[in-house]
Design a protein around this ligand. Sequence first.
Ligand SMILES: Nc1nc2c(ncn2[C@@H]2O[C@H](COP(=O)(O)OP(=O)(O)OP(=O)(O)O)[C@@H](O)[C@H]2O)c(=O)[nH]1
Ligand SMILES: [Mg+2]
Length: 314
Amino acid sequence: MVEPETRCGFVAIIGAPNAGKSTLVNRLVGSKVSIVTHKVQTTRAPVRGVALRGGVQLVLVDTPGVFAPRRRLDRAMVRAAWSNADDADAIVHLVDAPAQAQVAAGHGDGADRAAAEDVERISQRLQASSQRAVLALNKVDSMPREALLGVTQTLFALGVYSCAFMISAKRGDGVEDLAAHLVGLAQPGPWHYPADQVADAPVRVLAAEITREKLMLRLHEELPYETTVETEAFIERKDGSVRIEQMVFVTRESQRKITIGEGGQTLKAIGRAARLELQEILERPVHLFVHVKVREGWAEERARFNALGLDYGS
Ligand SMILES: Nc1nc2c(ncn2[C@@H]2O[C@H](COP(=O)(O)OP(=O)(O)OP(=O)(O)O)[C@@H](O)[C@H]2O)c(=O)[nH]1
Ligand SMILES: [Mg+2]
């Protein structure tokens, strides 16, 4: 008997902050592998999700949406995004279509303009590479159809894309058409992950990410970007539950106070939201202990980068 041929494709999802990259990866995988918030710079390190379609394994790499780096952490994120794109079988450039349309019409706000500038940076970088990318226009659920066509034509005319898809990562529209196209680009070869694996981040990293998501959703202004979370202990207990201890690093005492909140209320709410979601993902009772520590220079520390899975650089 001849074994059926297996195929596997590595797909890098790149795009400006907030384009919906993590939402798309979670949708394609069918479960949450990457955290999502309405804020920019949610994803910090490449996250791999594994999707199966008709016997083909797609390894989707969700990358940080940072393309105008300032801090060391930003530079590491940009490097990580592009190195994953360069190694992939296919690149999907995900674009926030409503933001792009707003800018084209002269109505965009600061965030829209920043996103459009990133789209330009990305398309220029794609121009310099030999590989043509798949253009995916996202969030079509929240814009008029006519505006979408204009945006698509303008981007497609740059000559760096092989094809274009119009999707809503959030609602699912068009996502299976995109998946089918990516399946077509997958190369013959063995699967990279066992059939039942959907993510490859260590569970302690995912646990820290879930807490960071709750923190980002709860805290405002610049604070989320000044914060990182690490899982310091992950202990499976005899009764089937798991004890997780985490440290939130902030850069100033005032931030520590805000994170903890009046009488500890803020941290308690963050911990509770994280625990409930972790219980669902891990399918067992979770005892979560979250502490906050001031560490002025965490964003320059090699150990913090290692914990995130990022290369510290030179
Ligand atoms: N209306 C609409 N909103 C979407 C869609 N896809 C994503 N979003 C929203 O856009 C916001 C950003 O989504 P993310 O998936 O975190 O975006 P990202 O590109 O991973 O962002 P970074 O990690 O910061 O680079 C969230 O509030 C999502 O709910 C969509 O198809 N339609
Ligand atoms: Mg993301």
